[in-house]
Design a protein around this ligand. Structure first.
Ligand SMILES: Cc1cc2nc3c(=O)[nH]c(=O)nc-3n(C[C@H](O)[C@H](O)[C@H](O)COP(=O)(O)O)c2cc1C
Length: 355
């Protein structure tokens, strides 16, 4: 399976740099692809023209395959009364910075399910690989993308999601364990089983015949070899790449990830409206893992971003959404090419110890 997936994706090493909307950059993805892995861009929060520009820039920066990723959440109707209630609830935090909440919040970016223009753009640009988070597009879109020669991956956090990805005819399943940094790929957040990668891989080995890509808490070559031993064909690493100088992480994000705070990650939905793992921040501490008044994703995220904007303008990063996985303290501040070389060397060493 390992080499089958590598040939399918056209990569040399079983290493995928996770798509990280807002954090992964063209330079990061290009460096990973040029080093023989699969570099990825998270385009879930980009509009069509931004996505096209990024894909074209990445094509210029690498002749190797790469992946672009989109959010397939079920679009939910806005509830203005709920949004206003949430803004009133957040008002005391804004007032700590002598600011008021925005008068209105909205989603900010559409679901891929609601963006036929994004599909049209992909059919023209034809990136080598496209992956989906939070669900799947329609069968018609899947068929059209495949007919354009694009390989497709879907993220599963449980057996039912992996079976849906298999039934839809995609090329591989990203098995995302609860250890993972960033948003859980779960299709229905209220039904999140929060399976660890150890259990998830064993379940998917039994119930899914597609190649598996393991994600969650993998920080070094030993970890890559361990998930391959457990039946995965490749590993997808996100947090491991955040400290690369090529990432978009700002100085505060880098400082927290390099500090003792990196040991304290947890999952909460109160920041964006969907469950996501990050370094515990004030919103998480004050409002918990979920809240009855929470607006829908990503409308809730617009409020959290507005709060972080006023706080960080006064040098307070207590409200920043610093997404990171359970392995966060192991992140290395290395240029992406050097990090890839280290991961490959560690993986080769772990392979030789295994046999
Ligand atoms: C900062 C950050 C942003 C992320 N953004 C995305 C995204 O846009 N799309 C996606 O499919 N996954 C996203 N993820 C999740 C990753 O695909 C992957 O599941 C996760 O990084 C694996 O766990 P790790 O961070 O412990 O390596 C993100 C993760 C992080 C850390």
């Amino acid at each position: 399976m390992t080499s089958a997936l590598l040939s399918l994706l056209g990569i040399t090493y079983p290493i995928i740099q996770a798509p990280m909307a807002g954090t992964a950059t063209v330079a990061l993805a290009a460096a990973v692809s040029n080093a023989g892995g699969l570099g990825s861009l998270g385009l879930g929060s980009s509009n069509v023209e931004e996505a096209r520009t990024h894909i074209q820039a990445l094509k210029q920066a690498t002749a190797k395959p790469f992946n672009v990723n989109f959010f397939c959440h079920q679009p939910l109707p806005e509830d203005e009364a709920r949004n206003q209630h949430w803004l009133r609830l957040l008002a005391p935090y804004f007032s700590e910075f002598s600011a008021s909440p925005p008068t209105q919040i909205s989603a900010g970016y559409p679901s891929f399910l609601d963006s036929p223009q994004m599909v049209d753009m992909l059919l023209i640009e034809r990136p080598p690989v496209v992956s989906f988070h939070f669900g799947l597009p329609s069968q018609a879109v899947i068929t059209a993308l495949q007919q354009a020669g694009i390989k497709l991956l879907g993220c599963a956090t449980n057996v039912a999601e992996a079976k849906a990805i298999e039934a839809a005819g995609l090329d591989g399943v990203i098995a995302q364990g609860v250890e993972a940094g960033g948003h859980r790929g779960v299709f229905e957040p209220e039904q999140d089983l929060e399976l660890g990668l150890f259990g998830l891989l064993q379940l998917l080995n039994k119930h899914c015949s597609l190649p598996l890509i393991a994600a969650g808490g993998i920080m070094n070559g030993q970890g890559i070899q361990q998930v391959l031993t457990m039946g995965a064909s490749a590993a997808q690493l996100g947090t491991a790449f955040i400290l690369c100088p090529e990432s978009n992480a700002n100085a505060a994000y880098r400082a927290q990830l390099s500090s003792a705070k990196a040991y304290d990650t947890a999952i909460t939905a109160v920041i964006s409206g969907r469950p996501a793992r990050g370094i515990i921040n004030r919103m998480h501490q004050a409002l918990g893992t979920h809240h009855a008044a929470l607006p829908v994703y990503p409308t809730a995220y617009s409020a959290a971003k507005a709060l972080n904007t006023v706080a960080s303008a006064q040098n307070c990063n207590d409200f920043a959404p610093f997404w990171a996985g359970q392995g966060a303290p192991l992140a290395r501040a290395l240029p992406a090419t050097e990090l890839m070389a280290a991961l490959i060397a560690e993986w080769h060493q772990a392979c030789s110890l295994n046999y």
